[in-house]
Design a protein around this ligand. Structure first.
Ligand code: ZN
Length: 378
């Protein structure tokens, strides 16, 4: 049984992907106890944010250890608990997609936040307020806005030879323009009743990250999709990568959009990843959407034998109740998830960031497992 509570050594790279079944959150150890935290989810059973709880368990105080928090996009499965993350990680700079940087977006979010307690708008609104209250502290007092090829972090944390950098690869200028045009159409008009913030495909402006620590690179694919427009989505990311970092390849890939085929691009696998890469993903199950599908699992498993998922992409059937109770619950709930086993975690560690290659150890906790085993059970 792997030991969950041992922290990585100061020169050890770690990528941990957390996913309780709905939602995802990523921690990357940048060296010497400094962490990048991407997105947020919530462990309903333990009533905790799993990445913050994990850092505490390994003896790293999130208030000082987390240097950078990035919100990839404003879908519920990526932002639950984000306000708590920002509140706790007082020394961290905060970044989110430049697609949110407009009066129109902030107006829509402010309007939505006034009427709802649980949506992404509420969470974003709270994050902005929290940042605004920060003054002389070490963390940023305003969001940083990511665009393609923006350097978010650069330090020598391990030794003089080993640089740790975090670069955003998206959204492209064209994606930002299209998103702002789309959200402008949602601006509340006089007499409108409050609406939940519909998603003008925030996946198209999701923040993809390229993390490099010494010679080791990690690609975090967020929920970015492949689009027909060559100036948006993955095509744009791959083109930029090929022109700016030719030949550089990541050893670990957080698979985009829960393994969905609409986020798959052969050029990412062929041109940005070392073969065979570690491929990590979380499931997304809501309504009649189930990701990854059996076909998605087959595609990813054929691309690499090193694919892992944080939890099975299935909703456990709820406990049987009497017909009356079942009908009542159906009337008052949109969907139900049985609470079980805590938050799945896939943890990869590599002893030497300067060594190019794939000498990683893999530890799986709670519901996490190899994607091949999950695919057999679908
Ligand atoms: Zn998602």
């Amino acid at each position: 049984m792997p030991d969950l509570a041992t922290p990585p050594r100061s020169d050890e790279v770690e990528v941990s992907l957390f996913g309780p079944g709905f939602g995802e959150c990523i921690l990357v150890h940048l060296g010497s106890g400094n962490w990048l935290l991407v997105d947020s989810c919530f462990d309903q059973r333990r009533r905790e944010q799993p990445a913050l709880a994990y850092l505490q368990r390994i003896g790293h105080d999130p208030a000082s250890a987390v240097r950078l928090v990035v919100a990839t996009h404003w879908h519920d499965d990526h932002i639950r608990g984000l306000a708590k993350v920002v509140r706790t990680c007082a020394a961290a700079d905060f970044y989110c997609s430049a697609a949110l940087r407009s009066t129109e977006v902030l107006t829509v979010i402010g309007t939505q936040a006034a009427y709802t307690q649980s949506s992404g708008a509420r969470e974003f609104h709270d994050v902005l307020e929290l940042l605004d209250k920060r003054s002389a502290g070490p963390g940023s007092s305003s969001p940083g806005w990511t665009v393609a090829e923006r350097l978010l972090f650069k330090r020598r944390l391990i030794d003089e030879r080993t640089e740790s950098t975090v670069l955003s690869l998206s959204p492209s200028d064209a994606s930002v323009t299209r998103a702002i045009q789309a959200i402008g159409r949602l601006l509340p008009q006089p007499g409108d009743s409050p609406r939940h913030l519909p998603a003008p495909s925030p996946n198209d402006t999701a923040v993809v990250l390229w993390v490099s620590i010494g010679s080791t690179a990690i690609l975090l694919g967020a929920d970015l999709e492949k689009t027909a427009n060559p100036h948006t989505g993955w095509t744009c990311v791959v083109n930029d990568h090929e022109s700016r970092r030719p030949g550089e390849r990541a050893e670990v890939f957080k698979v985009a959009h829960h393994g969905s085929s609409n986020a798959h691009d052969d050029r990412v696998w062929d041109g940005m990843l070392m073969a065979p890469p570690f491929a990590l993903l979380t499931p997304f199950v809501r309504g009649n959407v189930q990701l990854p599908s059996a076909d998605d699992c087959a595609r990813i498993n054929s691309a690499t034998p090193r694919a892992y998922i944080s939890a099975p992409p299935t909703v456990r059937s709820a406990v049987r109740r009497s017909g009356v109770v079942e009908r009542m619950m159906a009337e008052v709930t949109k969907e139900r998830h049985e609470l079980d086993g805590g938050c799945g975690q896939i943890r990869l560690r590599k002893a030497n960031a300067l060594e190019r290659g794939q000498n990683w150890s893999v530890d799986l906790f709670a519901g996490a497992g190899p994607l091949a085993a999950v695919a057999r059970a679908l």
